[in-house]
Ligand binder design. Structure first.
Ligand SMILES: Cc1ncc(COP(=O)(O)O)c(C=O)c1O
Length: 437
């Protein structure tokens, strides 16, 4: 039971009951479910969300990490209000999409050329297709624990034991050319490249493992991958759907100083509206030019370059570029403060924890932490879930067991509240949020 949570969230409980009748499992993204039931959000502004019962939370899920300026920042809402008068959807190109493309190209080192689509899952699917079109090879090496969205091929090796597809409905043959290897282990990638006898199209990874544990690449690892890829004639591709515009304006590739051949972007690039972006070296991405014989057939779709998304993305990225010397150091400071503070507060309760992350990203691990990916350890998931529920009941929203993200709207006092409330997490989860029952 989770009495503190349940007594505050009765309308969410009722909505979840109705949702279970119309949506499989009551949700529209598996990540949004947690026990006993998720809150249902009524409104959001700045660093806050409010649920249907009127409870206010300081939000650290931030629209599934898509929001870096907080909810509904003025720069975005004003631009959107103006754009709505000029149409909500064209199904055609517009000057706005060209401007957003140019903006991304200016900010992200590898993004010489790109295509817009609507989700990250689409972007990573197209990335694989472009890598194969360029290399005329088939195998994609990904990381154990790496999450790239729900597309068929890459939905493999996400949860331990990492050598299989993530549930029913996908034939192993559909993922036969996707090989998960251990994150932060250069030798493992080298072995996989050699083992595939010249058939590796790309090494594809998140520079900071996201859902797999919010674990940054070790110093030297990405550089080592770049050198290995160049030596073996293999493409290097980064999934920067979380890290893009978050760990630096130019993403992890700017921060680590390692430029991949291809990258997927999403989330922040759409300023809070749906987007996916596949980008990279012109020579590779231009293979999708339909004017070319035998071109690589990738999308978009009906809603790609939707003018509202383009407007919100442009407003966000332009604001970030103008204020980057203030925004990123501040996110860094708040992130470091939170990670250190939470670890100190929970360790003082005698808990074995480590909060990992980079910049504004964080995730608290209970029990031993692996540098490779979140490995299941006894009590790890139960404690993480119970801590998550405790934090929600205390007024900070994060999805239990998932990474959190700080935005430019958060304050130092929000972070200090978060640390204080973490310190009240009952060892053993007896006081409020025991998600195990
Ligand atoms: C690293 C990474 N890649 C891909 C995706 C999939 O993006 P989307 O949910 O927009 O399909 C996500 C989503 O959380 C992600 O974190």
């Amino acid at each position: 039971m989770a009495p503190a949570y349940e007594s505050r969230t009765k309308r969410s409980a009722a909505l979840f009951k109705r949702a279970r009748k119309v949506f499989a499992g009551g949700v529209n993204h598996n990540a949004r479910y947690y026990r006993p039931y998720p809150i249902f959000v009524k409104k959001a502004k700045g660093q806050h969300i409010w649920d249907e019962d009127g409870n206010a939370y300081t939000d650290y899920w931030m629209g599934h990490m898509a929001l870096i300026l907080g909810h509904s920042p003025k720069v975005v809402t004003e631009a959107l209000s103006a754009q709505i008068e000029n149409g909500t959807h064209y199904g055609m190109s517009s000057g706005l999409s060209v401007e957003l493309g140019e903006e991304i190209s200016r900010d992200v080192p590898c993004a010489e050329m790109m295509r817009f689509c609507n989700t990250g899952a689409e972007a990573t699917m197209y990335l694989v297709r472009l890598a194969r079109a360029q290399s005329r090879r088939r195998v994609v090496i990904k990381m154990a624990g790496g999450w790239h969205g729900y597309n068929t091929e890459l939905n493999k090796g996400v949860k331990a034991p990492y050598d299989r597809t993530e549930g029913s409905g996908i034939a192993p043959e559909e993922q036969a050319f996707v090989k998960p290897v251990r994150f932060n282990d250069l030798d493992a990638v080298e072995r996989a490249v050699r083992g595939a006898s010249g058939d590796v199209a790309a090494i594809f990874l998140e520079p900071v493992l996201g859902a797999g544990g919010c674990i940054p690449a070790d110093p030297g690892y990405l550089k080592g991958l770049r050198e290995l890829a160049d030596r073996e004639g293999v493409l290097l591709a980064f999934d920067e759907i979380i890290t893009g515009f978050r760990v630096a304006l130019g993403g992890a590739q700017e921060r680590y100083g390692v430029v991949p051949d291809l990258a997927s972007l999403g989330k922040i690039a759409g300023g809070g509206l749906p987007i996916g972006v596949v980008c990279g070296r012109k020579e590779i991405v231009s293979a999708a030019d339909p004017g070319k014989e035998g071109f690589a057939s990738i999308g978009g779709g009906t809603f790609s370059e939707n003018p509202l998304t383009m407007t919100a993305g442009l407003a966000t990225l332009r604001h970030l570029r103008k204020s980057k010397s203030v925004v990123y150091p501040r996110l860094e400071e708040l992130g470091t403060r939170l990670r250190r503070g939470v670890d100190a507060a929970l360790s003082a309760r005698g808990l074995d924890v480590r909060t990992t992350g980079m910049g504004s990203l964080f995730l608290t691990h209970f029990g031993p932490t692996s540098p490779y990916a979140r490995e299941p350890s006894v009590g790890d998931k139960a404690s993480a879930d119970a801590y998550g529920l405790h934090m929600i009941s205390s007024g900070s929203f994060l999805l239990p067991g998932h990474p959190g993200g700080i935005s430019a709207a958060h304050t130092r006092s929000d972070v200090d509240d978060f640390i204080r409330d973490s310190g009240e997490y009952p060892s053993g989860g007896k006081k409020m949020g025991d998600a195990r029952s």
